[in-house]
Structure formats: C-alpha cells, structure tokens
Ligand binder design. Structure first.
Ligand code: FEO
Length: 398
C-alpha cells in the first residue's frame, strides 16, 4: 500500500516516481530518476493540480480515486502542458468527464493540439480567483518558465504556490515528499542540472516570474518535480535566481576533447596554474566521458569557462561542437572565456572557439593556445599563461 502524504490541510500529494526512464526529454540522464508531482485538493470542491506522464496514469488514477472516494473531480488545473505533466489529461477526462479544465488561452490551444480537448474549459486569467471552499486559488501567468502557457497557481488560504517546473529538480522522492522529512543534500546539484538543462534558456522569464512573486507570502512550494519546499524555500529560490541571472561563482570549468591526449595535456597545464593561483573550484570535463548535461550545469555555475579542442576534419572535435551548440541555445551570458587546442597538419579548432566566444559576447581572457602535434615547452608555457590570466581576472588582479 502506498503512502499518501498530506501537505497542508486537504492537499494531497498524488505524484509518481519514475526510476525507469534513462533520459529526460530523451536527452538528459536521470541517475536518480525523476518525480512527476501532482496535487489533489479535496475541499468542498475538488481540484487536481497537473497530471503525470502517461506511463504512470494507472497508478496515478488509483491514488486520485482513493482520496476522492466516490466524490466528483470538479477541476483539473493545468499549470504546464509539457507531456511529463499533461500526458494523462485525455485519459483523466475519460474517467471524469465532468471535470472542468482550468488554464489560459495558450493552454487551451495546446490541449486541443495534444489531446483534442476543446470543451469543459474554465479560463483562468491573471489574478482570477477559484473558490474551492477553504482554499481560494489565484493564478499568475509565468510565460516561458518553461513553455509559453505556464502559469502558477497560488492558494491564498494556506500560502501554497503550485509552481509548475519552477524550483523543480531531478531525483525521485524516496519515502518522503516534504523537504522537512528528508535529507535534501542530493537534490541541490540535481536542481542546478535541471535548471541549466531544461529551463536554462529562459533566464529573463524566470527573473520576471520571481519579480512577480516577490510580494507574495509563500509558505510551501509545490513544484512539478522533486521535493515540496517548506523549510528550504529560500535556498530553492536562490538557485533559480542565481542561475537565471547567469551570475557565475568564483571558479572555472575546463571542458575539452582529446583523441590521443595532447589536448588533454594542455588542459592539465592550465588547470595546474589555476590551482597555483588560488582558484579552488576547478571542474574538468573530458567531453567524451562527461555527458553534456553535467558540463552545462557547471558552465551555469562558474564564471570562468575554458574550452579545448583538437582540430578534427578541419573543424572542431564533434563533441565540443555539440557542447557549444547547447551553450548557444541557452544563451548563457557573462562568462570569462579562454580556449586552446591542438592539430596535426592544419589548425582550425581555436579559430572556431574564438568565433564562438565572439558570438556569445563573452569576455576573452588570456591568449588562446594552439599546438601542432605534441605539447612542447613554448606552448606549455603559453598554457600556464592562459591559466594565470584567467585566475588573475577572477581574482580581480591586473
Ligand atoms: Fe516538467 Fe517543462 O516539464
């Protein structure tokens, strides 16, 4: 028998854990799984907030039915239409044909497109109130956090924010739902990865949403992924705030490709000089081993980015090229950039990396280094100089 957890009064967690999927969005690894959170408010009127991935609809409907115990489901509030949350809507409608689906005009367009649902709709405009009895719900649009139709639902009675993807994290809920009932240490790094991988492009919309919420008293945050935040709301908000500002902590990510170890030796030299000059946060990623998901997380996290690539078929090493594309898509801002590479007969990697820096409007730091074949003394010294220049820039020297 599964355990149902009451959040505040009459709000039940009815979400599910997914420990089967290997890749979220068929792109991003899930070493700790992911939860699809849904909440049932069993008041005078009953309202479900979001659904779950269709793969788990059977278990999900069983939970809902047990709590409703024969009562009707009056409303389904759709904060977000991405199929990890909206996947069960059509089946839910078949089970509860009278349910009114609450959303905005953009939600309804997607409801029709994905599920063919065009009736039984209740439009929620910004600031509208839905009275369930004890709980009075109001709505805030939050476009592009992470899709255009996203909205937040706020329970003004219990000060609970149902925040769609915002403040969400990868990682299943293993035996508890509330942050106060668990060790949350696993989730912070996964929250950074979730943000940078999934929401990362939309820094400005996230900032606008945070601004909108700034005057709202929030006692509990019910996101669609990961723990329900009550004791650690400030920390969860600060991750989203910091990452959406593209601030970057004091530290450097060195991401490199290397076929036979020559470019890697350059990375080692740069890292050693960063360390010798007081940089304590140095993260090295061999992009052939580190999934881009983790490299992106660290690029969002740290201010300094140094990228190395061998020249491959007169271009960049393919995995570096793929990484650059992922960074570009996310429009990561305000980074300090250095680059290096090696080649055998004709260099192209560093030229491409410089062009990337220019396109991103990042600040170039130090002299790029490009070596022909094995690393020799002159270019070894140039690598040290690049590491020193980055350390000095981060330390505010010079
Ligand atoms: Fe968890 Fe944007 O869906």
């Amino acid at each position: 028998m599964y355990k149902l957890t009451r959040i505040p009064d009459k709000i039940y967690y009815v979400g599910v854990n997914d420990r089967q999927k290997a890749l979220f969005e068929n792109l991003w690894p899930l070493p700790y799984g992911v939860s699809y959170n849904s909440y049932l408010i069993a008041d005078d009127k009953t309202a479900l907030v979001d659904t779950v991935d269709i793969c788990y609809s059977d278990l999900f409907f069983k939970r809902i039915s047990e709590i409703l115990n024969g009562r009707p489901l009056d409303y389904l509030i759709v904060n977000h239409m991405e199929p990890d949350h909206a996947g069960s809507i059509r089946l839910l409608r078949e089970l509860y044909p009278q349910v009114q689906i609450v959303g905005n005009a953009k939600t309804f367009g997607m409801l029709e497109g994905y599920h063919g649902v065009i009736s039984g709709l209740h439009e929620a405009k910004e600031g509208d109130v839905l009275d369930l009895g004890h709980h009075k719900l109001t709505f805030y649009t939050a476009p592009m956090v992470h899709w255009p139709e996203v909205m937040f639902t706020y329970d003004t009675t219990e000060k609970v924010l149902f925040s769609a993807d915002a403040f969400g994290t990868f990682g299943t809920l293993d035996g508890a739902v509330l942050d106060s009932d668990m060790d949350t240490s696993l989730y912070w790094s996964e929250m950074e990865r979730y943000y940078s991988n999934i929401v990362g492009k939309y820094g400005s919309p996230v900032q606008r949403a945070l601004q909108k919420l700034s005057g709202v008293e929030i006692k509990t945050i019910c996101s669609t992924h990961g723990p329900v935040w009550r004791e650690q709301i400030d920390r969860a908000v600060s991750v989203y705030d910091r990452f959406s500002r593209y601030e970057g902590e004091h530290g450097v990510v060195i991401a490199y490709g290397s076929m036979y170890g020559n470019t890697e030796q350059m990375a080692e030299a740069i890292a050693s000089e960063l360390g010798a000059n007081g940089i304590r946060n140095i993260v090295m990623h061999n992009v052939s081993r580190s999934h881009a998901s983790y490299v992106l997380r660290d690029i969002f996290k740290y201010k300094g980015v140094i990228i190395g690539s061998p020249t491959y078929s007169n271009s960049l090493f393919p995995e570096i090229s793929s990484l650059l594309s992922k960074i570009e898509i996310r429009e990561v801002k305000n980074r300090l950039f250095g680059c290096f590479g090696s080649f055998t007969w004709s260099g192209a990697a560093v030229r491409n990396l410089n062009a990337f820096c220019e396109k991103m409007k990042w600040e170039p730091v130090g002299m790029p280094v490009e070596e022909k074949q094995a690393l020799k003394e002159e270019k070894y010294q140039a690598c040290l100089a690049l590491g020193k220049a980055m350390a000095d820039r981060l330390n505010g020297i010079g």
